[in-house]
Design a protein around this ligand. Structure first.
Ligand code: BG6
Ligand code: MG
Length: 219
Protein backbone atom coordinates (compact mmCIF):
# COMPACT_ATOMS: atom_id res chain seq x y z
CA UNK A 1 0.00 0.00 0.00
CA UNK A 2 1.36 3.42 -0.93
CA UNK A 3 2.04 5.59 2.15
CA UNK A 4 4.74 7.86 0.78
CA UNK A 5 5.11 9.92 -2.37
CA UNK A 6 8.55 10.82 -3.63
CA UNK A 7 8.64 13.57 -6.23
CA UNK A 8 11.18 14.59 -8.78
CA UNK A 9 11.54 18.39 -8.89
CA UNK A 10 12.40 19.75 -12.35
CA UNK A 11 9.41 19.25 -14.64
CA UNK A 12 7.23 17.71 -11.91
CA UNK A 13 6.70 20.25 -9.12
CA UNK A 14 8.00 23.29 -11.00
CA UNK A 15 8.73 24.04 -14.64
CA UNK A 16 12.46 24.48 -14.26
CA UNK A 17 12.80 21.85 -17.02
CA UNK A 18 12.17 24.72 -19.47
CA UNK A 19 14.88 26.82 -17.80
CA UNK A 20 17.36 23.94 -18.12
CA UNK A 21 16.45 23.68 -21.80
CA UNK A 22 16.98 27.41 -22.41
CA UNK A 23 20.36 27.40 -20.63
CA UNK A 24 21.62 24.41 -22.65
CA UNK A 25 20.28 25.98 -25.83
CA UNK A 26 22.20 29.19 -25.09
CA UNK A 27 25.44 27.24 -24.56
CA UNK A 28 24.85 25.24 -27.74
CA UNK A 29 24.23 28.46 -29.65
CA UNK A 30 27.52 29.91 -28.47
CA UNK A 31 29.34 26.74 -29.51
CA UNK A 32 27.57 26.73 -32.89
CA UNK A 33 25.87 23.42 -32.18
CA UNK A 34 22.24 22.37 -32.56
CA UNK A 35 20.21 21.56 -29.44
CA UNK A 36 16.77 20.17 -30.18
CA UNK A 37 13.72 19.62 -27.96
CA UNK A 38 14.36 15.89 -28.36
CA UNK A 39 17.86 16.32 -26.89
CA UNK A 40 16.36 18.50 -24.15
CA UNK A 41 13.90 15.73 -23.28
CA UNK A 42 16.73 13.21 -23.09
CA UNK A 43 18.47 15.47 -20.55
CA UNK A 44 15.51 15.08 -18.14
CA UNK A 45 16.68 13.36 -14.99
CA UNK A 46 20.25 13.12 -16.30
CA UNK A 47 23.15 14.73 -14.40
CA UNK A 48 24.69 18.01 -15.53
CA UNK A 49 27.75 16.34 -17.06
CA UNK A 50 25.59 13.60 -18.62
CA UNK A 51 23.40 16.29 -20.18
CA UNK A 52 26.48 18.04 -21.58
CA UNK A 53 27.43 14.80 -23.36
CA UNK A 54 23.98 14.80 -25.00
CA UNK A 55 24.57 18.38 -26.17
CA UNK A 56 28.04 17.51 -27.53
CA UNK A 57 26.64 14.67 -29.66
CA UNK A 58 26.27 17.30 -32.39
CA UNK A 59 29.98 18.23 -32.33
CA UNK A 60 32.63 16.76 -34.57
CA UNK A 61 35.53 17.64 -32.28
CA UNK A 62 36.49 16.31 -28.89
CA UNK A 63 36.92 18.38 -25.74
CA UNK A 64 39.18 17.96 -22.72
CA UNK A 65 37.64 17.32 -19.29
CA UNK A 66 38.65 20.83 -18.30
CA UNK A 67 36.85 22.34 -21.28
CA UNK A 68 33.76 20.28 -20.47
CA UNK A 69 33.76 21.41 -16.85
CA UNK A 70 34.03 25.01 -18.04
CA UNK A 71 31.05 24.51 -20.39
CA UNK A 72 28.94 22.92 -17.66
CA UNK A 73 29.80 25.84 -15.41
CA UNK A 74 28.75 28.31 -18.10
CA UNK A 75 25.40 26.56 -18.47
CA UNK A 76 24.93 26.46 -14.72
CA UNK A 77 25.66 30.18 -14.36
CA UNK A 78 23.03 30.94 -16.98
CA UNK A 79 20.55 28.55 -15.34
CA UNK A 80 21.12 29.96 -11.85
CA UNK A 81 20.60 33.52 -13.12
CA UNK A 82 17.13 32.39 -14.23
CA UNK A 83 16.46 30.67 -10.89
CA UNK A 84 16.92 34.02 -9.14
CA UNK A 85 13.65 35.12 -10.77
CA UNK A 86 11.63 32.20 -9.32
CA UNK A 87 8.82 32.98 -6.88
CA UNK A 88 6.05 30.92 -5.21
CA UNK A 89 3.86 32.06 -8.13
CA UNK A 90 5.86 29.74 -10.41
CA UNK A 91 4.39 26.67 -8.70
CA UNK A 92 0.97 25.93 -10.17
CA UNK A 93 -1.76 26.50 -7.54
CA UNK A 94 -3.10 23.02 -8.28
CA UNK A 95 0.29 21.51 -7.40
CA UNK A 96 0.36 23.22 -4.01
CA UNK A 97 -3.24 22.11 -3.32
CA UNK A 98 -2.42 18.53 -4.32
CA UNK A 99 0.61 18.36 -2.01
CA UNK A 100 -1.36 19.87 0.87
CA UNK A 101 -4.24 17.43 0.37
CA UNK A 102 -1.88 14.43 0.21
CA UNK A 103 -0.32 15.54 3.49
CA UNK A 104 -3.77 15.97 5.00
CA UNK A 105 -4.58 12.42 3.91
CA UNK A 106 -1.59 11.15 5.86
CA UNK A 107 1.01 10.60 3.13
CA UNK A 108 4.67 11.35 3.76
CA UNK A 109 6.15 13.49 1.00
CA UNK A 110 9.74 13.40 -0.18
CA UNK A 111 11.90 14.83 -2.95
CA UNK A 112 14.29 12.82 -5.13
CA UNK A 113 16.06 15.18 -7.51
CA UNK A 114 19.29 14.82 -9.49
CA UNK A 115 19.80 18.57 -9.32
CA UNK A 116 22.46 20.27 -7.24
CA UNK A 117 20.33 23.43 -7.44
CA UNK A 118 17.27 21.89 -5.75
CA UNK A 119 17.87 23.81 -2.50
CA UNK A 120 17.58 27.26 -4.05
CA UNK A 121 14.51 26.23 -6.07
CA UNK A 122 12.72 24.83 -3.01
CA UNK A 123 13.47 27.92 -0.96
CA UNK A 124 12.51 30.45 -3.62
CA UNK A 125 9.21 28.70 -4.42
CA UNK A 126 8.25 27.81 -0.84
CA UNK A 127 7.98 24.13 -1.79
CA UNK A 128 10.36 23.23 1.04
CA UNK A 129 7.53 23.76 3.55
CA UNK A 130 5.43 21.04 1.89
CA UNK A 131 8.06 18.29 1.83
CA UNK A 132 9.02 16.07 4.75
CA UNK A 133 12.39 14.98 3.38
CA UNK A 134 14.66 16.09 0.54
CA UNK A 135 17.37 14.24 -1.38
CA UNK A 136 19.13 16.09 -4.20
CA UNK A 137 22.15 15.88 -6.47
CA UNK A 138 24.49 16.89 -3.65
CA UNK A 139 23.69 13.76 -1.65
CA UNK A 140 24.01 11.08 -4.30
CA UNK A 141 26.91 9.55 -6.18
CA UNK A 142 24.95 7.94 -9.01
CA UNK A 143 22.41 9.83 -11.10
CA UNK A 144 19.07 8.44 -12.33
CA UNK A 145 18.32 5.85 -13.77
CA UNK A 146 20.29 4.42 -10.83
CA UNK A 147 17.81 3.92 -7.94
CA UNK A 148 20.07 5.59 -5.32
CA UNK A 149 18.16 8.88 -5.04
CA UNK A 150 14.73 7.24 -4.60
CA UNK A 151 16.11 4.63 -2.18
CA UNK A 152 17.68 7.34 -0.06
CA UNK A 153 14.41 9.32 0.00
CA UNK A 154 12.44 6.24 1.16
CA UNK A 155 15.04 5.64 3.84
CA UNK A 156 14.73 9.24 5.11
CA UNK A 157 10.92 8.96 5.07
CA UNK A 158 11.36 5.77 7.11
CA UNK A 159 9.26 3.76 4.67
CA UNK A 160 10.08 0.63 2.66
CA UNK A 161 10.40 1.63 -1.03
CA UNK A 162 7.52 -0.76 -1.81
CA UNK A 163 5.25 1.55 0.21
CA UNK A 164 6.18 4.58 -1.93
CA UNK A 165 5.30 5.89 -5.35
CA UNK A 166 8.04 7.79 -7.21
CA UNK A 167 6.74 10.54 -9.49
CA UNK A 168 8.96 11.58 -12.41
CA UNK A 169 8.71 13.20 -15.86
CA UNK A 170 11.89 11.52 -17.16
CA UNK A 171 12.26 8.03 -18.57
CA UNK A 172 15.46 7.78 -16.50
CA UNK A 173 13.51 8.83 -13.40
CA UNK A 174 10.69 6.34 -13.91
CA UNK A 175 13.28 3.59 -14.31
CA UNK A 176 15.05 4.80 -11.16
CA UNK A 177 11.83 4.66 -9.09
CA UNK A 178 10.89 1.25 -10.48
CA UNK A 179 14.33 -0.23 -9.84
CA UNK A 180 14.12 1.12 -6.28
CA UNK A 181 11.02 -1.04 -5.86
CA UNK A 182 8.50 1.81 -5.84
CA UNK A 183 5.31 2.21 -7.83
CA UNK A 184 6.60 4.18 -10.82
CA UNK A 185 4.33 7.15 -11.49
CA UNK A 186 5.08 8.86 -14.80
CA UNK A 187 4.00 12.40 -15.66
CA UNK A 188 4.62 14.66 -18.68
CA UNK A 189 6.78 13.14 -21.43
CA UNK A 190 7.30 9.87 -19.51
CA UNK A 191 3.52 9.47 -19.10
CA UNK A 192 2.98 10.19 -22.79
CA UNK A 193 5.41 7.36 -23.50
CA UNK A 194 3.36 5.11 -21.18
CA UNK A 195 6.50 4.38 -19.13
CA UNK A 196 4.90 4.29 -15.67
CA UNK A 197 2.82 1.89 -13.62
CA UNK A 198 0.70 5.00 -13.23
CA UNK A 199 0.66 7.44 -16.14
CA UNK A 200 -0.62 10.76 -14.78
CA UNK A 201 -2.12 13.41 -17.05
CA UNK A 202 -1.56 15.90 -14.21
CA UNK A 203 -0.30 15.85 -10.63
CA UNK A 204 -3.82 16.25 -9.19
CA UNK A 205 -4.64 12.81 -10.62
CA UNK A 206 -2.75 11.44 -7.59
CA UNK A 207 -5.75 12.41 -5.49
CA UNK A 208 -7.81 9.74 -7.29
CA UNK A 209 -5.10 7.13 -6.73
CA UNK A 210 -4.17 7.92 -3.13
CA UNK A 211 -7.14 7.64 -0.77
CA UNK A 212 -6.97 8.98 2.80
CA UNK A 213 -4.82 6.81 5.09
CA UNK A 214 -5.81 5.77 8.58
CA UNK A 215 -4.85 8.60 10.93
CA UNK A 216 -4.21 11.40 8.41
CA UNK A 217 -2.51 14.44 9.88
CA UNK A 218 -3.32 18.05 10.53
CA UNK A 219 -1.35 20.60 8.56
C1 BG6 B 1 17.50 17.06 -13.15
C2 BG6 B 1 17.11 17.64 -14.49
O1 BG6 B 1 16.46 17.28 -12.23
O2 BG6 B 1 18.69 17.67 -12.67
C3 BG6 B 1 18.27 17.53 -15.47
O3 BG6 B 1 15.99 16.94 -15.00
C4 BG6 B 1 19.50 18.18 -14.88
O4 BG6 B 1 17.91 18.12 -16.69
C5 BG6 B 1 19.82 17.55 -13.52
O5 BG6 B 1 20.62 18.03 -15.75
C6 BG6 B 1 21.02 18.20 -12.85
O6 BG6 B 1 20.69 19.52 -12.52
P1 BG6 B 1 21.69 20.65 -11.99
O7 BG6 B 1 20.75 21.74 -11.54
O8 BG6 B 1 22.46 20.06 -10.86
O9 BG6 B 1 22.55 21.04 -13.12
MG1 MG C 1 12.38 15.95 -14.01
Amino acid sequence: MVRGLVFDLDGVLVHTDELHYRAWKALAGRLGLPFTREQGDRCRGVSRMGSLEILLEGSNRSYTEREKLRMAEEKNDCYRAQLQELTPGDVPERTVETLRELRRRGYRLGLASSSKNAGVILTRTGLDALLDRVVDGNQITRSKPDPEVFLRAAQLLELPPEDCAGVDDALAGVESARTAGMTAAAIGPAALAGAGDWNLECLARLLDLCPPLEGGRDL
